[in-house]
Design a protein around this ligand. Structure first.
Ligand code: ARG
Length: 464
């Protein structure tokens, strides 16, 4: 047991207590951040004359060697250390002797872990954003290709009005775009450096916190040391954004599953992204979409778990906070994997235009437009609604679509109908006429696509 404390103890830690308390099995993921933070800290200590320049330089060099040895497999991060901080410091001291013992001057594991986690999350936020941006590029490509692919739009999962595949995809474009905005937003709020907060009350050394913050690419230091060591808001915000991303992906997956079903056949998932059944040879299952939908609960769980952990913690640091790691690491990896896999599935998916069109054509999706036709000919909307309702009933009895009724049959229901009704309720017209911004009409969609193209050309948070 290589631990960083023990002076005031007269007994060995109970074996089970040690294991229960230790975090090395999961915080070893933070070794790069821990070393990066330590180098910034020691550089600042050197600049401030708290350590000599030589001491600072040799600590930095040795820390870099430790990092390289871990990376190249020469040094294993094992369970004999309590946490990643102990691991790095113990190895430093082993290599550098007394000079190594000076690294922790003016620092506590409380601000150290707060920094490590922030550095880790900051990078992950950028990576999540990049994955979303790539996904958006594919969504936009589908939008561009399918401005004329007519399909039914649904409410209550009942066919409602005709739209285009471009328009449907555009809805998800907006959702993922907002997800990116949320990430950019939380990035800006979290990008402050807690290092120098000490255990809770700062330190008596003349630290230059602004300098450390600058070395680590933060906007500046956090402004309250108690908050600095015990703030996990940024992580909760990130988990909340990740939950939102999963909610969007899950809705999309739900549609993929429905569209891929034998009854719909709007799409065909590529063989590479489908799985088979061990017993039913004909099966080709949308397992990826189902798994993404299924994993959503796991990410929500992480958010709720951390919210609950944090709600009863008095200021400042308490060990409960160690629980922030495992669930966050899992949620982050899960979401990144889901975005990437979903993206691959979407990119290789085939859209069956013919099936979509036929579905839109046989579901009275033009009923609203038939009513609007009557309104244009002077019938009050409420009456028009009722006339078309009767018309739909008559069509259902005959098992035909509205435009399959003859003009005389139509006129039996309302004499207002003229020959031009057929043109007015063709699916093409129904879509083409919806030209206000945000609607499925081709010209409106093209304007939106241009806007989104410009949006995607702009740099994301990755370079801010
Ligand atoms: N493993 C701890 C965590 O993740 C590091 C901080 C330990 N600080 C302490 N006072 N025991 O939160």
């Amino acid at each position: 047991m290589a631990q960083l404390w023990g002076g005031r103890f007269t007994k060995e830690t109970d074996r089970l207590v040690y294991r229960f308390n230790a975090s090395i099995s999961f915080d070893k993921k933070l070794y790069k951040q821990d070393i990066r933070g330590s180098i910034a800290h020691v550089t600042m200590l050197g600049k401030q004359g708290i350590l000599t320049q030589e001491e600072a330089a040799s600590i930095q060099k040795t820390l870099e060697e430790i990092e390289k040895d871990v990376e190249e497999g020469r040094l294993a991060i094992t369970d004999e250390y309590e946490d990643i901080h102990s691991f790095v410091e113990a190895n430093l001291i082993e290599r550098l002797g007394d000079t190594g013992k000076k690294l922790h001057t003016g620092r506590s594991r409380n601000d150290q872990v707060a920094l490590d986690m922030r550095l880790y999350v900051r990078d992950e936020v950028v990576e999540t954003d990049l994955l979303l941006k790539e996904l958006l590029t594919t969504v936009l490509a589908i939008m561009e290709e399918h401005t004329e692919t007519i399909m039914p739009g649904f409410t209550h999962l009942q066919k409602a009005q005709p739209i285009t595949l471009s328009h449907h995809m555009g809805a998800y474009f907006e959702m993922f775009k907002r997800d990116r905005m949320r990430l950019a937003d939380l990035y800006d709020r979290m990008n402050f450096c807690p290092l120098g907060s000490g255990a809770l009350a700062g330190t008596t050394y003349p630290l230059d916190r602004a300098y450390t913050a600058e070395l680590l690419d933060f906007y500046g230091p956090t402004l309250n040391s108690m908050d600095g060591v015990s703030d996990r808001d940024y992580l909760i915000e990130y988990l909340s954004s990740l939950s939102m991303i999963m909610m969007h992906l899950s809705r999309f997956c739900e549609e993929v599953i429905i569209w891929n079903s034998n009854e719909y056949q709007f799409i065909e998932i590529d063989d590479a992204y489908s799985t088979g059944s061990s017993i039913m040879p004909q099966k080709k299952n949308p397992d990826i979409a189902e798994l993404v939908r299924g994993k959503t609960g796991r990410v929500y769980g992480a958010l709720l778990s951390l919210l609950t952990t944090m709600k009863g913690i008095p200021l400042a640091y308490n060990k409960d906070m160690q629980e922030d790691k495992e669930l966050s690491f899992d949620a982050i990896d899960t979401v990144k994997g889901c975005i990437a896999l979903f993206h691959g599935m979407l990119k290789t998916m085939r859209f069956c235009r013919e099936r979509m069109y036929r579905s839109a054509n046989h579901g009275f999706t033009n009923a609203t437009d038939a009513a609007d036709y009557l309104v244009r000919h002077g019938v009050p909307f409420r009456d028009a609604h009722s006339i078309v309702g009767r018309l739909v009933l008559a069509c259902m009895e005959k098992g035909i679509a509205i435009d399959e009724m003859s003009l005389s049959e139509l006129r039996e229901i309302s004499p207002v109908f003229e020959e031009d009704i057929y043109e007015a309720i063709s699916l093409q017209t129904c879509v083409d006429k919806r030209l206000t911004i945000g609607a499925p009409g081709k010209e409106a969609m093209e304007r939106v696509i241009e806007t989104e193209k410009i949006y995607l050309e702009q740099a994301g948070i990755a370079v801010s």
